[in-house]
Design a protein around this ligand. Structure first.
Ligand code: OOG
Ligand code: MG
Length: 262
């Protein structure tokens, strides 16, 4: 891909996010042959552009790590992107529809490591051994593409639909919990809308962190200590609407609630 083309595509997704204006996916006409490596290059430049404007990366996120998500989005491989400081939503703060195009929420489990992990052979066991704590989280995703319709390269270029995060305050040790059998229930306006267990995320959420480390090792990077790491939606993502009251129960990990306003 030529430098001018790269710049054009970075700008395309960047402007869509900035103006909260949905766009046609890149692969439908702008660049039908977009490859995964090229998509990560677009993502990298997008991130540099945001950092250049004074925003900071809070931590990485994994996406499409559960069957429910892969089936919902019709794509089959885990992907990663980055959460920025301007995406943080306090639990007491409502989620305002006006900040998004067509937001959805997904329940996730977050990790904080006490040690950087590098290498193509990082395992879930190592992740658990070096986890400072885990916490309940909600990710608000907001694909910049019309109808959340995209291919794997499209969604990678769009920083994996990252748009908002709510981090729960309760910290737990992964060793004290069987995360694979932990049940997570999402209720919207008092009605159960989705349920999943930790095992939905690549068998165990720690495996998602390990997979991220292995994916990053291809470009000489790793997962860093003290950064919140999102391991991916446990259930399918649920559309948010103004007036919704959302309550997520993470069993022993705690709970998270928020409301949605216009
Ligand atoms: C892509 C982002 C997926 C997850 O947790 O699976 C993701 C999307 O579905 O728009 O963040
Ligand atoms: Mg997610």
């Amino acid at each position: 891909m030529e430098a001018t083309q790269l710049k054009q595509l970075v700008d395309y997704v960047y402007q869509a996010e900035k103006n909260k204006q949905e766009i046609t996916k890149i692969t439908s006409s702008l660049y039908p042959n977009l490859q995964i490596e090229q998509a990560y290059l677009i993502q990298e430049h997008l991130i540099e552009q945001k950092v250049g404007e004074g925003l900071s990366v809070i931590g990485p996120k994994m996406g499409l790590t559960s069957k429910a998500k892969m089936e919902q989005m019709n794509v089959e491989d885990p992907i990663f992107g980055y959460v920025f400081d301007n995406m943080l939503i306090d639990e007491d703060e409502p989620v305002s529809m006006s900040n998004f195009i067509h937001p959805k929420m997904e329940p996730e489990i977050g990790f904080i490591l006490e040690k950087d992990l590098y290498g193509s052979d990082v395992t879930a066991e190592q992740v658990i051994e070096h986890t400072r704590y885990i916490f309940p989280a909600v990710e608000v995703i907001d694909s910049r593409y019309e109808n959340f319709n995209f291919t794997l390269p499209d969604v990678i270029a769009d920083n994996t639909s990252a748009a908002g995060v709510i981090f729960g305050y309760k910290m737990s040790l992964p060793t004290a919990l069987e995360l694979d059998v932990l049940g997570v229930t999402v209720k919207i306006n008092g009605q159960t809308q989705a349920f999943g267990t930790g095992a939905a995320v690549l068998g165990h959420p720690a495996e998602s962190v390990a997979r991220l480390a292995r994916m990053l090792s291809k470009s000489g990077k790793g997962v860093k200590k003290d950064q919140p790491i999102l391991t991916g939606g446990i259930t399918e993502a649920l559309h948010l609407n103004s007036g919704d009251i959302v309550h997520v129960d993470y069993g022993e990990l705690g709970q998270l609630s928020f409301r949605v306003t216009s």
